[in-house]
Each structure stands twice: as structure tokens, then as C-alpha cells.
Design a protein around this ligand. Structure first.
Ligand code: SF4
Ligand code: SF4
Length: 371
């Protein structure tokens, strides 16, 4: 891990903790928004429905206005997605704008345009997290997002990035060499990055059943990456069912706790359900956030859009914390989670908290700036 990344890490952890604390406190604001600065992409992955080859970047002042509006709505994390966001000429200024609002700024990129200088500029702008999806070890006719092409960029990131990096690999129907996902995960772990593994979805964000060979690779990846607490909980709650081809019972909060803002400034549920509700961001407000919090989405049972699942986990915790924790950790809570739940949740026995617990909980809340 680079020295700069180490130095900035405590600040990032603090801001993430504050973000979760605020999201737990109120459901009146979005937790995460994906925003598109340019629809164009420099690649043409065979499975992708999220890019074109002609769009111009959205004007910087228009993007700035959208960021201001998202901040006004209380959005905690603003993520640039695309297309390829690094094609936007003023991306660094837009990242700075998010940070000036006190929000978390993150980026999803195919990594092709990264250089040492570009990474340093992203450091200076205040980027906090970057995600790259890598599809295969060798490029093929479907995807050029391969470890072979991107490995040098990953080494530069390991050496120079002051922000967190996570590498996503994929398994599922249509992936030619499922064992590639394992090679990609191992390389990412070796370089000190976080890893995620996604299951491939169709053009509506829906599950395709996981073939046996992919299932075995997936299980091996889970053993080797030793997922952190949240990733472990996510696996228990959503991914286990999806890899077994089974439906999940959950309430999708897209359009409320998660927003997808397209290049035309319209709010959609997610990248896979564009067109709903398709309301201009400047007219999107408390009424829409409240309505979409409760709207049942027919696509939810077999949805594979993991960022929206993760957002939903926070609301599960907020609404029924004890039940949620049992679902997250069916074999028993890890020690830090047990400690936090003892601090912040009413005792299961109904007994009032002792004074030491109350004082500690109050002090932690004050540090995080919440009531
Ligand atoms: S790099 Fe990403 S946005 Fe571009 S074509 Fe591939 S999947 Fe789509
Ligand atoms: S369930 Fe929600 S996140 Fe998933 S595809 Fe449907 S609208 Fe998108």
C-alpha cells in the first residue's frame, strides 16, 4: 500500500463511518448516486448496454449544478460512472466540487486511461475510491478489460494511489474462462486492493443461473479473499441465493436511497432500469424520495445490482437492527459488530443500558457529528 494511501486512510474510515451513521439516522436522503459525466466509452464490451461512441462530455457547469443538487438532497456518496468517466476533461474539478460539499467522491473506470500522472491528479483532486472491473486474463472479442492489458496500471495504482482501490471480477453464464476470476482476485489481493466478485446479469440487471464450474470458482474466491464484515454479510444476504439461482426477498430502494443520474440529468432507478421514473434531477425532491422508498420493483427478486443491495442493507439495519444482524451473521456476530450493537441497540432483554454504555455511545455519536 502506498504511503499516501496509508496516511489518508483514517480520514476515509472516519467519513465512511459518519456516512453510515447519518444513513442509519434518517431515510430522508440518498446514500449513493451514480452520475454520468459522459456516455461515450473508449472500449466496446460485447455485453454492455451503458455506452455509445458519439456522445460529447456533459458541460462542466451542468455537471457542477447536478453535483450541487445531489449534495442539497443530502447524498452521501457520489460516484462517476459511464461510459468512461475519465474521458471527461474536467473530471478532477468535479471531484473537488463533491469533496467541497463534504461528500464522498468515487469513480468507476475501465482503467485504460490511467497513467502515473493521471493517478497523481486524482490524488490531488481528493478522490476517495476507485473501482475497476476486470473480465478476463487475456483480452478477447467480448472484452478488452483484461488482466494482461491492465496489470501495469494496477501496479501504478498500488504504488501511487492515495485513494482506495477495489477490483471487481465476474463469474456466470457467458464467461468463457471462469478460473480467470480467481487469477484476477489473487493478483488484486497481492497488490493490496479490495476485491469483489459479481455474477453476470442480463440487460435488465437480472440473474443468469451460475453454471457448476463458475460456482466452484466463486466458492474458491470467497475462501481466498476472506471478505470483510460487510462483504460477508452481503454474501449471506444476497449473493448466496443468487449464485444458487434463487430469488431474494428484499425491498429495492432505488429512486430513493440510490439514484442513477444519466447524461441528460434524469433520475432513473439504476443503470439497468433506465426510463423509470426518468424525472429531471432539479425537480427531484422529498416527495419522490419518499414514494420510491416504498415502490415495489418487479425486477427485485433476481436483481444483481450489488450497489443497490448494499444500500438496502443499511435500511434493513435501521428498521429492524436485531433481525438484520441475525440475517447478516447467521453463525454469530463478529466481535466488533457485537460491541457496536451493545453500544447502540436497546438490550434484547429490555433492560436499560448502564451509564458507562450510555456515556460511550454519546461520545462516539459526538465524534461522528450525529445526535
Ligand atoms: S468499459 Fe465499461 S462502459 Fe465501456 S463498454 Fe466496457 S463495460 Fe461498457
Ligand atoms: S431491483 Fe432495483 S436495482 Fe435491481 S434492477 Fe430493479 S430497479 Fe434496478
Amino acid at each position: 500500500m502506498s504511503v499516501a494511501r496509508r496516511l489518508r486512510r483514517p480520514g476515509r474510515i472516519f467519513r465512511q463511518a459518519r456516512m453510515i451513521a447519518r444513513a442509519m439516522q434518517s431515510r430522508g436522503h440518498p446514500i449513493l448516486a451514480h452520475i454520468i459525466p459522459v456516455r461515450r466509452c473508449n472500449l466496446s464490451c460485447g455485453y454492455c448496454n451503458e455506452y455509445d461512441k458519439v456522445s460529447q462530455p456533459v458541460a462542466t457547469e451542468v455537471m457542477a449544478g447536478r453535483i450541487d443538487r445531489l449534495a442539497e438532497l443530502g447524498t452521501e456518496i457520489i460516484t462517476f460512472s459511464g461510459g468512461e468517466p475519465l474521458l471527461h476533461p474536467d473530471l478532477d474539478d468535479l471531484i473537488r466540487r463533491i469533496r467541497r460539499h463534504g461528500r464522498i467522491a468515487t469513480l468507476i473506470t475501465n482503467g485504460y486511461l490511467l497513467s502515473v500522472e493521471r493517478i497523481r491528479l486524482l490524488n490531488r483532486a481528493g478522490l476517495e475510491h476507485l473501482q475497476i472491473s476486470i473480465d478476463n486474463v487475456q483480452p478477447d472479442e467480448v472484452s478488452k478489460k483484461s488482466l494482461k492489458v491492465l496489470d501495469k496500471k494496477l501496479e501504478w495504482l498500488a504504488e501511487h494511489a492515495a485513494f482506495d482501490v477495489s477490483i471487481n471480477s465476474v463469474v456466470g453464464a457467458g464467461v468463457k474462462h471462469p478460473e480467470d476470476a480467481l487469477a484476477i482476485t489473487r493478483r488484486a489481493l497481492e497488490l493490496g486492493f479490495d476485491t469483489t466478485v459479481g455474477t453476470i446479469h442480463d440487460h435488465k440487471g437480472q440473474l443468469k443461473a451460475l453454471p457448476d464450474a463458475d460456482r466452484a470458482v466463486y466458492d474458491q474466491i470467497q475462501r481466498e479473499r476472506k471478505p470483510g464484515m460487510w462483504a460477508f454479510a452481503y454474501d449471506n444476504l444476497f449473493q448466496k441465493n443468487l449464485t444458487a439461482g434463487m430469488a431474494n426477498e428484499w425491498q429495492c430502494r432505488a429512486g430513493s436511497r440510490y439514484l442513477y443520474v444519466c447524461e441528460d440529468g434524469l433520475v432513473h432507478y439504476c443503470s439497468q432500469q433506465r426510463g423509470y421514473p426518468a424525472i429531471p434531477l432539479e425537480r427531484y425532491g422529498a416527495e419522490e424520495l419518499e414514494r420510491e422508498y416504498w415502490t415495489k420493483k418487479a425486477c427485485a427478486p433476481f436483481c444483481t445490482v450489488s450497489c443497490v443491495h448494499r444500500v438496502a442493507m443499511i435500511d434493513l439495519m435501521r428498521e429492524e437492527p436485531r433481525r438484520a444482524l441475525k440475517e447478516f451473521f447467521p453463525a454469530g456476530m463478529p466481535a466488533p459488530v457485537r460491541m457496536l450493537s451493545n453500544l447502540f441497540l436497546p438490550a434484547e432483554t429490555g433492560k436499560p443500558q448502564g451509564w458507562a454504555t450510555r456515556v460511550t455511545a454519546g461520545a462516539v455519536k459526538r465524534v461522528l457529528g450525529i445526535r
